[in-house]
Design a protein around this ligand. Structure first.
Ligand code: ZN
Length: 253
């Protein structure tokens, strides 16, 4: 079985001590491809270097909404020059995060709007992060007519899922699916067409229930596959194959 982790922050310092071992162990579990999304301008070059050092790592670059206060206008210009000089598979992760109080919504809109315009010009897919802002996100995406991408760690409604799919996006499911209490999310993952689903770990965050409290890693991606196969009619092999193909398609690999 060949698996694709479409969202894994393997560049973070949490993996500095054992990155090579983790990637080898993940490969032994069948995880042959991993997309590493960028969140901060000052981490992009480190991320690109890491992706060049190991097989099967695919870089993405973007400015994450949670770090809004750390981004500035020159970072957007740098984003364009990074795209001109490097091969990346997507813009991301970018998006809207209205989860915490006192967020600068206007600032997040402006940052996302600018990055979606860059994605459009570069003809790249987008990796989206979204919390408590799906309707606003969908509105903005509708204006941009992008080539699609992934709504990572999707946790919106069935209706919002449908709209994102219509806009060319696939929905990313990860560790949350392994928790029995995730009833709404599981129902959604059960009902969506398999062609619109991709797997992810979001390592080192969002650990699977089997390793709750530990650092998450791409080695645990098979647990997400297993959770999905328990709630869907298809076999585990079929889900692995289809989600892998979906991932290649969305990132044009
Ligand atoms: Zn992430």
């Amino acid at each position: 079985m060949q698996l694709f982790d479409t969202h894994c922050h393997i560049d973070l310092e949490e993996f500095d001590q054992d990155r090579g071992q983790i990637l080898t162990a993940a490969r032994e579990q069948g995880v042959s491809d991993i997309v590493v999304p960028g969140v901060l301008q000052n981490r992009w070059f480190h991320l690109l270097e890491i992706c060049e050092s190991y097989n099967g790592l695919h870089p993405a670059v973007g400015l994450h909404p949670m770090y809004l206060s750390e981004h500035n206008k020159t970072h957007l210009e740098l984003l364009e020059s990074v795209l001109a000089e490097n091969t990346v598979v997507a813009i991301g992760e970018v998006g809207l995060d209205f989860y915490v109080n006192d967020v600068d919504k206007q600032g997040q809109f402006k940052l996302l709007d600018a990055q979606l315009a860059i994605a459009k010009t570069a003809d790249l897919p987008v990796i989206l992060h979204c919390r408590k802002a799906y309707d606003d996100l969908i509105k903005l995406l509708t204006q941009h007519q992008l080539k699609g991408g992934i709504a990572h760690a999707f946790n919106g409604s069935q209706q919002q899922a449908g709209k994102l799919i219509d806009l060319g996006f696939k929905l990313g499911f990860g560790g949350m699916l392994t928790y029995e209490r995730s009833t709404k999310l599981r129902r959604l993952a059960q009902q969506l067409p398999l062609a619109n689903i991709v797997l992810e770990t979001d390592s080192p965050f969002m650990t699977v229930s089997q390793h709750q409290g530990e650092r998450n890693s791409p080695v645990y991606l098979p647990y997400v596959l297993q959770a999905l196969s328990e709630i869907r009619p298809e076999s585990m092999e079929h889900i692995a194959h289809q989600t892998y193909q979906n991932s290649l398609e969305v990132f044009c690999i």
